[in-house]
Design a protein around this ligand. Structure first.
Ligand code: NDP
Length: 310
């Protein structure tokens, strides 16, 4: 079987175009543009890349973007004070504090301080609770993007068995809630799951959010399944890259390692997945692009809901 490759770019572009249209309507009809404040602490290189792409996407779409970059020595109370001041500013519609945070900062307390109405990452317990209850909420961007990808690719969710590997608050758990809301039968697996393959092989939809390059192998995948690869891992060892890619793909990956020092690999072995899955998301170019697009959508939704605009 040769998989259909689900392009994150095409779907992300569509979601961003819809958000840009709504922003134009808000500006012409209501006289404002949504405003997103992004806070980054320290010099984590991955955070710098993620924040950069969020700020760039905001600017492209017409969202007013405020970028706060604080030093790695920033104290818990300093960050708390910044979040509180952003909560109070009525023109700020969305607040995003980029994770991970340095050890002197209590991340849960910071996330719980963000006004739930401005919580565009969907990590506040208020939004998590509403999602669990099946009520309208700001929903974490990565799993929300995966639902968009499945729907816009006409992949049946209702009645299907969805298996998620990973139970983080950012991906695995909200993914389970959203798939349940779409009437899938949901199983969550994690590092203590016994006989993982026996469970993942039952999946019509398999979501891998583990954080280990190429962990999900062909033997984990049912013939004809849809495989969603959330993982983003840096692989710098050419020999390891050779375990995941072959032919022209491998040549390109080796050239990337030569040029940048690493190549991005998901949590699924792509060559083995493409031999079995009916649908497969590439890394890069799959789920990652949707995360940013859904952040734009969440910012527009937050702006409309806060200001009671339908
Ligand atoms: P976490 O480290 O928070 O969670 C990883 C999960 O994988 C845990 O639940 C862990 O289980 C489980 N796990 C680890 N090892 C195994 C194993 N051997 N068998 C079964 N389960 C295992 O990661 P995140 O959810 O934050 O991220 C997962 C991946 O997705 C990462 O590569 C990350 O970079 C990527 N990511 C990508 C995004 C995107 O936009 N595309 C956004 C967010 C994340 P346990 O709970 O038992 O420890």
């Amino acid at each position: 079987m040769t998989s259909r490759i689900l392009s994150g770019k095409i779907i992300a572009d569509a979601i961003k175009a819809e958000a840009a249209y709504e922003i134009k309507l808000l500006e012409s009809g209501h006289g404002f543009r949504p405003c997103l404040a992004v806070v980054r602490i320290g010099e984590d290189p991955a955070s710098a890349v993620y924040v950069g792409s969020k700020v760039k996407a905001s600017e492209e779409l017409g969202i007013i973007s405020e970028h706060y970059h604080l030093g790695s020595e920033t104290s818990h109370s300093e960050l708390l004070a910044l979040v509180q001041s952003l909560n109070q500013r009525d023109e700020v519609d969305g607040i995003l504090v980029q994770l991970p945070l340095p050890p002197q900062i209590n991340a849960s307390e910071i996330l719980e301080t963000i006004d739930p109405a401005k919580d565009v990452d969907g990590f506040h317990p208020f939004n998590v609770g509403r999602l669990t209850q099946g009520e309208k909420a700001l929903v974490p961007c990565t799993p929300a993007g995966i639902i968009e990808m499945l729907k816009r690719s006409n992949i049946q969710i209702a009645g299907q068995h969805a298996v998620i590997v990973g139970r983080s608050n950012i991906v695995g758990k909200p993914m389970a809630m959203l798939l349940l809301q779409e009437n899938a039968t949901v199983t969550i697996c994690h590092s203590r799951t016994k006989d993982l393959g026996a469970i993942t092989r039952q999946a019509d939809i398999l979501v891998a959010a583990i954080g280990r390059a190429g962990f999900v192998r062909g033997e984990h995948i049912r013939e004809g399944a849809t495989v969603i690869d959330v993982g983003i891992n840096n692989v710098s060892d050419p020999q390891l890259a050779g375990e995941f890619f072959n032919g022209e793909d491998l040549e390109k990956r080796l050239a990337t390692i030569e040029k940048r020092g690493f190549t991005l690999v998901g949590d699924v072995n792509p060559t083995e997945a493409m031999a079995k899955a009916a649908n497969f998301t590439p890394v890069p170019g799959g789920v990652g692009l949707l995360t940013v697009a859904m952040l734009m959508k969440n910012t527009v939704d937050a702006a409309k809901r806060r200001r009671r605009i339908n």
